[in-house]
Design a protein around this ligand. Structure first.
Ligand SMILES: [Zn+2]
Length: 344
């Protein structure tokens, strides 16, 4: 027996009678050809080299970014195949004792990236996980990425990999073969897959920020950042070392620059208080289409529509993390020039 979603898109499944499992969740008969117990989706890790139970993790589980780049659907429900950048369709399909992770659906080939920096402990093919990668962080929590179409060259056992590094591309390998391409994502204590936690509360914070590209400074290679991923109106926008996180991803819609991929509502880059004076901070504000939120991206500059001739500027040529962004007359200098690029 298998969770409903793993067979739903198969024609045979349409005719499969639904039944209620012991948890009360709707399940259906296993689709023909399925391999049965699944490293990703069941309770066994048949070939995982983890040595078994290790010391309990030394901190709560955490991630630092969403593991996909570009549109996705997190968890299974009736809208599983509607891919967006907003997260508003996101949910958890974690079921304790049955499905120890979240399935994240997206087009085949979508880049999968490291959600939490750490050391690669597994990388390669298994009959169940397919192409899969496991990374353990400094606290002993493993992030696990299964059913990949391909594994990136940087994912070799023993390598230390940063948050945002390319893990591979999304696919349907292993026991997911022939199903809708998805990433199976788990978070568990090293050596104890069955002790995994529902990753959805961790993923949720980053759901709206999977899409978009970074603004990388010509002055110092740093990126325009929402400090501490604090997505609230009034938050000052600052500079930080580029890390590919959702807090550094912006989606351009005309002259408007939205946080992450949030296309519905959300927060936009904004001239604080609508004040066109020099030194006015750049902040986040509820997207409203007004001129303080309009910046033309021309010649690598972000030119204010509210204050013609003024640009988004790194105040005082300050190279430190946390340097502020302000409005200042356009000069064409490196502290006002940005590459708009995907971090991958
Ligand atoms: Zn799964």
């Amino acid at each position: 027996m298998r969770l409903h979603h793993l067979g739903t898109w198969m024609a045979v499944a349409a005719a499969t009678a639904l039944a209620l499992g012991s948890t009360g969740c709707v399940v259906e008969d296993e689709p023909a050809g399925d391999l049965g117990l699944d490293e990703a989706d069941g309770l066994q890790i048949e070939d995982d080299p983890d040595p078994g139970y290790l010391a309990a993790p030394s901190c709560p589980p955490r991630i630092h970014r969403y593991p996909l780049v570009n549109a996705y659907n997190n968890g299974y429900d009736a809208s599983w195949n509607t891919f967006t950048c907003t997260g508003h369709l996101g949910n958890s399909d974690f079921i304790a004792g049955q499905h120890l992770g979240n399935d994240i659906f997206a087009p085949r080939g979508t880049p999968v990236v490291v959600a939490k920096a750490g050391r690669v402990i597994n990388a390669g093919y298994t009959s169940i996980g397919g192409n899969r990668v496991s990374i353990v962080d400094e606290c002993g929590w493993v992030t696990y990425y299964a059913h990949l179409d391909s594994i990136a060259s940087g994912m070799v056992v023993g390598a230390q990999v940063p948050t945002g590094a390319l893990v591979g591309t999304l696919g349907d390998t292993g026991s997911a073969q022939g199903t809708a391409p998805h990433l199976h994502f788990s978070v568990y204590p090293e050596g104890n897959y069955n002790g995994g936690v529902d990753p959805f509360p961790l993923l949720k914070k980053y759901l709206p920020t999977a899409c978009g590209s970074t603004y990388r400074s010509h002055m110092n290679g740093k990126c325009i950042d929402v400090p501490s991923a604090n997505f609230v109106a009034g938050q000052r926008v600052k500079m930080w070392d580029c890390n590919g996180s959702g807090a550094q991803r912006w989606r351009r819609v005309g002259n408007v620059h939205r946080t992450g991929g949030d296309m519905v509502g959300g927060l936009c880059m904004d001239v604080a208080g609508g004040n066109p004076a020099n030194l006015t901070p750049i902040q986040l504000w509820h997207c409203n289409g007004a001129t303080p939120q309009a910046f033309q991206y021309v010649n690598k500059e972000l030119r204010s529509v509210l204050a013609p001739g003024k640009c988004v500027d790194i105040a005082g040529w300050n190279s430190a993390n946390g340097a502020e962004l302000i409005l200042w007359p356009c000069t064409g200098a490196a502290n006002q020039r940005w590459d708009y690029i995907n971090p991958i």
